[in-house]
Design a binder for this molecule. Structure first.
Ligand SMILES: Nc1nc2c(ncn2[C@@H]2O[C@H](COP(=O)(O)OP(=O)(O)O)[C@@H](O)[C@H]2O)c(=O)[nH]1
Ligand SMILES: [Mg+2]
Length: 641
């Protein structure tokens, strides 16, 4: 799932564009309707021509509401960067650009809107648009939007909208999948109640899945509750996946206990902290140098808190410079190493810059000028050995341990310690072997990667069931080829079998011979098929000893239905083309045994007369019994073995 956000100066046509694309006007507050201006975040969604559904967060452009904008852009995959063709680049065009750039949102599409308002004839219009575009390009140089496509549209006339949609689709199509580390985080951007349901929070889910029925924790308050229900794009879901706009209906927690900026997680997955160490860059066009001990506002996830900064290693930080800060916060926030954040000055309001979180739990206040502190932050920024090893697990997927260690470039001792750390934290686990057998060819999986494999397998098998409702299960080999890309084309039977074994252990799959199925899957006939089944079985009942042959049955009820009856054991197939109902087959087999037991070896002709049937059925039956080892043929007769 993907989420995109709007960005751009107030009144440049963001909300109107979203309405033109989705049919939903994102302004939901009465005040917004009255003032015809977006104040808080708005939400919509659409399906791209390729079939992918995306969520949309519409943000306010007005500078007074930048804080609301910051609560919404955190989890987005790409931006629709809107610039009105009649006005061109304006102050919040630049400010939003700086914010998206600090947050390292991976680009998006630049939209020149309101093209219906410019120029007289075709030529002057296109000259005007070329000029605006040149200006936009020069502003984007050196930012994440440097190479972004520019599309010219009018939300009023609809011109350019199709091109915009295709451009957005191609921009999203080559993004790697959202990471799933098995530790979901949902920074809350809205909290409300729905009569009869109770507390609902919404946000953009990252890092893992949420499932209906699970226990949850809300940080920083450490409130425990349960997920009563989940929705994505107003549709009920059992599981919400990373990168989706998610509404969580929570039981056990009151609406007034939760606020924007809180984080919904699994119990114990994360902690909150009132002190963090960060890498920081002051924007080149910041109005003043940054001084030690300044009080600023920190925006991280959907949270906004006051932060007093310790400027480390330097007296002041000049515009355009990078440095290290320790932030003492007014309230605890949930931060993960590598998270991006923004700092703003409260008054006069100004976005100063931002960067990445490097340490979420610094043990003490750092001395301002201590080379050891700086060196430690520098190496933390690169990652701990455990981070690096986990990264290698995420990249390589399920593969023998040796490959992961080689990939990580860690030394023997470091790799061993890092492995222990990850095993204890539960970020990785043994897929095959036991914790004592830490052999070089043991198979491990990171929790996050495993979740991806597991849910892909479940989806593939479920799709198979719905494509072939009359089949008992999916051939194991077919599942293997479906998982090929996730198992990195690693078609080693050993890895695949270990994966299936684990999926069976975890109750995701069941094995039946060479097939796998989802627990609870059963062959179900549609009403019209059930009628065919009934009619066919009635024909079998009418002449149990000379029933329809395979071919007759297939002509009457269709190959799939007949195959399903054979799978279900209702019909027994004897080579080459004889079918009996199960009860008739059982009866005939036991009568043949009786005959031989009481009157000695029997010939095919005797059996034929006994059942008043034809040679074809009798030969199939007797050869079948020979092959089972029930009877042995001696010349023209059979005796029991
Ligand atoms: N002529 C014209 N007007 C537009 C277009 N898009 C938006 N507008 C108008 O511009 C004003 C601001 O639009 P809005 O979507 O609220 O801007 P936002 O503040 O960026 O969300 C509204 O009056 C819209 O009707 C367009 O493509 N053509
Ligand atoms: Mg708007």
């Amino acid at each position: 799932m993907r989420v995109i956000g709007t960005a751009g100066h107030v009144d440049h046509g963001k909300s109107t564009l979203i309405e033109a694309l989705t049919g939903t006007h994102p302004d939901r507050l009465k005040e917004e309707r009255e003032r015809e201006m977006t104040i808080d975040l708005g939400f919509a969604w659409m399906t791209l021509p390729g079939g992918d559904e995306i969520g949309i967060v519409d943000v306010p452009g007005h500078r007074d509401f930048i804080e609301n904008m910051l609560a919404g852009v955190g989890g987005i995959d790409a931006a629709l960067f809107v610039i009105a063709a009649d006005e061109g680049v304006m102050p919040q065009t630049r400010e939003h650009l700086a914010i998206l750039d600090i947050l390292q949102i991976q680009g998006g599409v630049i939209v020149l809107t309101k093209i219906d308002l410019v120029g007289g004839d075709e030529q002057s219009r296109s000259e005007w648009l070329d000029l605006v575009e040149d200006d936009v390009r020069s502003v984007m140089i050196g930012t994440i939007f440097e190479d972004a496509p520019i599309v010219r549209v009018s939300a009023r006339t609809g011109e350019g909208l199709d091109e915009l949609i295709l451009s957005l689709q191609s921009c999203l199509s080559n993004r790697p999948p959202r990471p799933d580390t098995g530790k979901p985080r949902l920074p809350v951007d809205r909290v409300f109640t729905i009569a009869g349901f109770g507390t609902v929070v919404t946000g953009t889910l990252t890092d893992g899945r949420l499932k209906a029925g699970e226990e949850l924790e809300i940080l920083p308050e450490k409130l425990r509750g349960r997920i009563r229900g989940l929705q994505t794009h107003k549709r009920k879901e059992d599981t919400a996946v990373p990168g989706s706009r998610t509404a969580v209906n929570i039981s056990g927690i009151n609406v007034d206990q939760i606020k924007r900026g809180d984080v919904v997680t699994h119990p114990g997955s994360y902690g909150a902290s009132k002190r963090i160490d960060v890498r920081f860059r002051l924007l080149p066009d910041a109005s003043l140098p940054l001084e030690h001990n300044t009080e600023l506002k920190l925006y991280i996830g959907a949270a906004e808190v006051l932060a007093r900064l310790r400027l480390l290693g330097t007296e002041v930080l000049n515009p355009g410079d990078n440095g290290w800060l320790q932030l003492e916060l007014s309230e605890p926030v949930v931060a993960v190493r590598g998270d991006r954040y923004i700092l703003r000055r409260p008054s006069p309001a100004e976005t100063l810059g931002g960067g990445t979180v490097v340490d979420t739990q610094p043990k003490k206040r750092h001395k301002r000028f201590d080379q050891e502190v700086i060196s430690r932050l520098e190496s933390l920024e690169k990652g701990t050995p455990a981070d690096i090893l986990l990264q290698a697990f995420q990249t390589l997927g399920i593969t023998p341990l040796q490959n992961v260690i080689t990939r990580s470039s860690l030394g023997e001792g470091q790799a061993k310690d890092a492995l222990d750390e990850l095993l204890i934290s539960g970020d990785i686990f043994y897929l095959e072997g036991t914790p004592d057998e830490r052999k070089r060819d043991s198979l491990f999986a990171s929790r996050g990667y495993w979740n991806q494999v597991s849910s892909k397998a479940a989806t593939e098998v479920e799709n198979y069931h719905s494509n072939y409702p009359l089949r008992k299960g999916m051939p194991r080999e077919e599942l293997k080829s479906r998982l090929k890309t996730l198992l990195h084309n690693e078609t080693s039977q050993r890895i695949f079998l270990a994966v299936v074994r684990r999926l069976v252990q975890e109750g995701e799959l069941e094995e039946i011979g060479p097939l796998v199925r989802r627990p609870g899957h059963e062959i179900r006939f549609k009403p019209v098929q059930q009628r065919q089944v009934d009619e066919l079985l009635a024909r079998f009942a009418a002449s149990p000893n000379t029933p329809p042959t395979l071919k007759d049955a297939q002509t009457e009820a269709g190959e799939d239905v007949v195959a399903a009856l054979i799978d279900l054991g209702e019909l027994i197939q004897l080579p080459p083309d004889v079918l009996f109902r199960r009860e008739d087959y059982n009866r005939m087999v036991s009568e043949i045994r009786n005959m031989i037991a009481t009157q000695g070896p029997v010939s095919a002709a005797q059996v034929r007369d006994k059942f008043n049937t034809s040679r074809r059925y009798v030969l199939a039956l007797l050869e079948h019994l020979d092959s089972l080892g029930v009877t042995v043929r001696e010349g023209d007769v059979r005796r029991l073995k």
